[in-house]
Structures are given as C-alpha cells and as structure tokens.
Design a protein around this ligand. Structure first.
Ligand code: ATP
Length: 565
C-alpha cells in the first residue's frame, strides 16, 4: 500500500469521525467541510514556519489552531442552530459550509481559488497517530455517562429530557467536538497536500465524509475507521487487480456502497460482535435504600405537587380545564377517567413536558412550564410514558443507566485519563441499574436490546429506568396497559412496596381494581375537569364517577373499565 493511501485512509477516517461525533447524538450536520476549511486555512496562515521551529512543533501548533478555530466556528454556528432537527439542521449547516467556501475563494489571504501553498509535513505515522487519538476519544466516550446520554438523545430525545439529560448542552458539545475534529482534518489535509484550495472543502467533500461515517457505522466507535478504510481502499484495490477503465472503478465503488447500505443498515461495524455492558456479579439487593445519590425523600405529608387552575388548550380542544390538585409526599394518588379526559396531558404538565396554557404548577420546588424538563427531572420527578418511550437500540441495562443520569457522576473525562475513580463510579452505577432491573423482575434481561423485549417487559423496563433516577415523585402513565392479570398483580405489588418505602406515586391506570387496591386517594377527571376526589371507597360510590367512567353498577374492583363497560 502506498504512502499516500495510508495517509488518506487516516485523514478520511478522521473526517468521518467529525460526522460520527454528531450522528451519535442523532444530528445530521453537513457543516464539517466549513469547519475543516476554516481550521486548515487559519492554521496555515498563522502557524510558524517549520524552518523556524521544526516540523513537528509547527504541525502541533497548527493542529491546536485548527482545532480551536473549528470548535469556535461550531459554537458560533451551533448556538443559533441547535434547536433545528434533521434535514433543517443539515441545510443550515450546509449553507454555512458553502458560505465559508465562497468567502475563502474571495479572500486575498487564502490565495483565492488558486489556493495557498503549505509545507508538506504530515507523514503516515503522524496521520495515524492523530487518527489513533481521535479513535481513542470516541472509544472512551461511548460507554461513559456522557456517551450514553448522547445515544439516548439519538434514540428518543423527549425521553432523554424526561430522564434529566440537558439535551441542548449535550447536542452543542457534540457539535463542538465535530468542529474540533473537522478542524484537525483540515490542518492535516493542508500540511499533506501542499496546495490548499477552498475547493478541497466543497459540498462533495462533506458528502464523502458523511458516507464514510454511515457506511462504517454511525453508532459504534469503530465505524468511521472502517468506513474511512473501506471507501479509501476500494478504488486502490480495484486498481491493483487491474480495473483501470475510467468509469468502471467509480461504478464498482458506488455499487459496493449500495450493497453495504442495503444489507448492513448498521454499517460495516455491525459485522463485528458487540460488546455488552456486563451486570456486576452478586447484585441481589433490590431495595431502594441502597441509594446511589444519597438523596433523601421529602418528609411525609409535605406538599410536593401543587396545581392551581391548571389548563391546557390545543386549539379548540380543552384538554385540561382549571384543575386544582395537591399531592403530599408519601401519597399514592390514582388519576382515572375516560379516554380523552386529560389525564396524560395533566401529568405531562406536571413533569414539564407540556407547558400549561394557564394556571400555576409547583412541583418539588420547580415551576414546570417555565423550568426546563431536565431540571424538573433533576428535582426528583421521574416517569413512564403511556406509549413506551424506551431507547430501543440500547440494552435494558443501558436504558436504566440513562435513567440514573441525574444521580450518577460524570465519568467521560476521567475515563479518558483512565482514572480508577471512573471505573469505580461506573461499577457502582451498573450495580445500581442492575438492582433496579431486579426490582421489576428483569434481572436476567439486562443485556437484551430494549426494542426486542416483550410488551410487558418493556413496560417494566420503563419503571426500572424511572426508578433508577431515585425520584421523589414517580409518575406512572398506564403501566399495566397490555399486561395480563398475573403481570398486573405483580405490578400492583411492586407499586405497593415502593409506596411502603415512602415514594410518592401518581398513577394513571384504567385497571380500576389495581387503582382501588394501590392508591390512597383517587382523582377522577372527565372532559379535562376534576369531577371527584377522595379515598377509593368514596370515589367508587360517587354517582358522578359511576355515570362518567365506571359505567353503572357493572364495575367491580379488579376489572378494567373496558371490561366494566
Ligand atoms: N398534542 C395534542 N394536540 C392536540 N390535542 C391533544 C394533544 N394531546 C392531547 N390532545 C387532546 O386532549 C384531550 C386529552 O387527551 P389526553 O391524552 O390527556 O387524555 P387521557 O385522559 O390521557 O386519555 P387516554 O386515557 O385515552 O390516554 C384529548 O381530546 C386529546 O385528543
């Protein structure tokens, strides 16, 4: 293999990592060519000449300049664009890259379209050393709490927010990492090709980088390395076996690319065995008292939820109308009512996911609606969703570890330095997650992908994930939906035991028997309004409730409303 092929494999893989940096958090950016161009040109203009200080020091200074410029450009572009998603972010970042290219073509200091001559310093070992460092960074990032939070954002952004992940900050930091890595690529490119031109960072360059990241695998750290090697070496291999005709080589390369994308949607990296996070041996203590954070529950009886005049309108639909509700610490409150009564909307407002149209919400010292969702979660609100919102491509254990985001210590920087404290904290977090899994009866499913679990197991996994946050208030939105009687009974027992440990629980459930058995107090909603509140016995005897929800005297404890009707 020639020297230039070796260097280009390393350079292309580094460029692919700049795409991986954001793809791993579910972001599609095409601005990396712009970051690379800015990094490369600025470094070439500002770094001292190798003849003055030597090749390696000159290159190191150029790399630092290029990475800082790439990262700064990403901050400047990221601040106004980080709220954009999918194709909108792709278009905005592409516009940035094109604007950079046009500016550089028209600037004098860059040599315009003719480009800038730069000393050739980069050798294969330098390029591969840089690639090794970049690969190491992403290898260490993956299983850290930061890396897992990025994966959670990619899998389900809303659920990640509800688990206490500051999505905006994480997305911006992933974008800045992409900027720095692209800046590194720009410098290495400049100091290898001798003549640096703005056209080197055109739209097609960005597409090449994206394709390499996707072909290699955009969710596994080794992916861009494989993608860079594959895409760079295929034309060379074809040349070596005698395929010379001008159009055949690119044609075969493109056909191979198509084959990989169609048959390996997870990229080449999916051919490699996946290493699963292991559950620490001997984790049998399933009680919440084994606290990860040392967080204490609010004093029993203290009001932790106060809603007054809570209202939510969706256009002409009045989902929730002037609801007053208080929940005291240690209570298990059932929220029942017919379909469309506004139960989910009410708990969405309590957990901060949906801003109220009017009314005041105070929850554990926060004001949902004004307080960002992740801050409400950090204050101690954890929840499950009516329609399961797991992170499907993460294992059950990893899902629960994301749930523990608000109570576990960040480990990424310590992992980079291989500090023993990071490993200790990770082992503790994994033990905590394993206890939560055992608590819901999923101890033996830890390494299975969440998306491959049965429906009932997925619902229990959501509860384990919510418990991992060591919440003060646990909101369960129809946790028994789709469960059989045996599973529902086990769930009822679990809720009872959590309540006995002092957890406050807000439970939406259509299984009236379960609600009657588990709740201290029941609030009944109909057409967005509270029509009754009281103990289970009071509520079930209330004629308005029987009329609106329970469907006459057929309702019996243990039945669901569907059965009761
Ligand atoms: N995002 C939305 N946009 C428009 N209307 C909505 C939205 N979310 C809820 N609604 C409407 O608000 C009303 C209350 O819905 P909500 O899901 O809160 O009821 P629910 O009591 O939880 O019902 P279910 O028991 O079926 O889950 C319904 O009429 C619903 O169609």
């Amino acid at each position: 293999m020639s020297e230039s092929v070796l260097v280009f494999i390393a350079l292309n893989a580094i460029f692919a990592y700049s795409f991986y940096a954001v793809l791993v958090a579910g972001q599609l950016s095409l601005g990396q060519a712009g970051f690379g161009a800015l990094g490369g040109f600025t470094a070439a203009a500002l770094a001292p000449a190798p003849s003055d200080i030597g090749d390696v020091p000159a290159l190191v200074i150029a790399i630092v300049i290029g990475m800082v410029v790439g990262a700064l450009a990403a901050v400047v572009l990221g601040l106004p664009t980080m709220h954009l998603r999918g194709v909108f972010l792709a278009i905005a970042t592409l516009g940035f890259a094109e604007a950079v290219r046009i500016l550089l073509i028209n600037a004098e200091w860059t040599g315009g379209a003719n480009g800038m001559s730069v000393p050739k310093i980069v050798t294969p070992w330098m390029a591969w050393l840089c690639l090794a460092l970049v690969t190491y960074w992403f290898w260490r990032q993956g299983p850290s709490s930061y890396g897992r939070a990025l994966a959670a954002i990619r899998e389900d952004e809303l659920a990640a927010r509800a688990m206490g992940v500051d999505v905006g900050r994480h997305r911006l930091s992933a974008f800045v990492t992409a900027g720095a890595v692209a800046g590194l690529y720009g410098v290495l490119w400049a100091y290898y090709v001798r003549l640096l031109a703005p056209e080197d960072f055109a739209f097609s360059t960005a597409i090449d980088g994206l394709v390499m990241a996707v072909v290699g695998g955009s969710t596994v750290w080794v992916g861009p390395l494989l993608g860079g090697a594959f895409m760079t070496s295929v034309p060379e291999v074809l040349r070596a076996v005698g395929v010379e005709a001008g159009w055949i080589r690119p044609f075969i390369s493109s056909a191979l690319l198509l084959v990989v994308i169609i048959f390996l949607p997870g990229g080449l990296a999916s051919l490699l065995p996946r290493r699963r996070l292991r559950v620490p041996a001997g984790e049998t203590d399933v009680h919440l008292s084994a606290s990860e954070s040392g967080r204490t529950l609010p004093a029993p009886g203290e009001t932790i939820v106060r809603v007054s005049g809570g209202t939510k309108d969706y256009g002409g639909v009045h989902a929730v109308r002037g609801v007053d509700l208080t929940v005291a610490a240690g209570e298990v409150v059932g929220l029942i009512g017919p379909n469309g009564a506004g139960k989910t909307t009410l708990v969405n407002m309590i957990s901060g996911l949906v801003p109220p149209s009017s009314g005041t919400f105070e929850v554990l010292g926060t004001t949902p609606g004004r307080t960002p969702v992740h801050k409400v979660a950090q204050a101690g609100v954890s929840r499950t969703f009516q329609h399961s919102k797991l992170f499907p491509r993460l294992s059950a254990l990893e899902n629960v570890l994301v749930g523990a985001h608000v109570v576990s210590r960040p480990t990424f920087l310590r992992r980079l330095l291989w500090l023993p404290g990071a490993r200790r904290d990770e082992a503790r977090a994994a033990a905590h997650a394993a206890r939560c899994l055992a608590r819901v009866g999923l101890g033996d499913r830890a390494s299975e992908d969440a998306g491959s679990l049965s429906y009932g197991d997925q619902r229990r996994l959501e509860i384990a994930r919510a418990l991992a946050a060591e919440p003060s208030l646990l909101v369960l939105d129809e946790p028994a939906a789709g469960m059989n009687h045996v599973e529902a009974d086990a769930l009822s027992e679990l809720i009872g035991s959590l309540a006995a440990e002092g957890l406050t629980i807000l439970l939406i459930e259509h299984n009236v028997g379960m609600v009657m058995k588990t709740c201290d107090r029941i609030v009944v909603l109909n057409f967005g309004q509270v029509i009754a509140t009281g103990t289970p016995d009071e509520v079930i005897a209330n004629p308005a409730v029987v009329e609106a929800y329970l469907g006459g005297d057929e309702a019996t404890p243990g039945s669901t409303t569907e059965e009761a009707r």
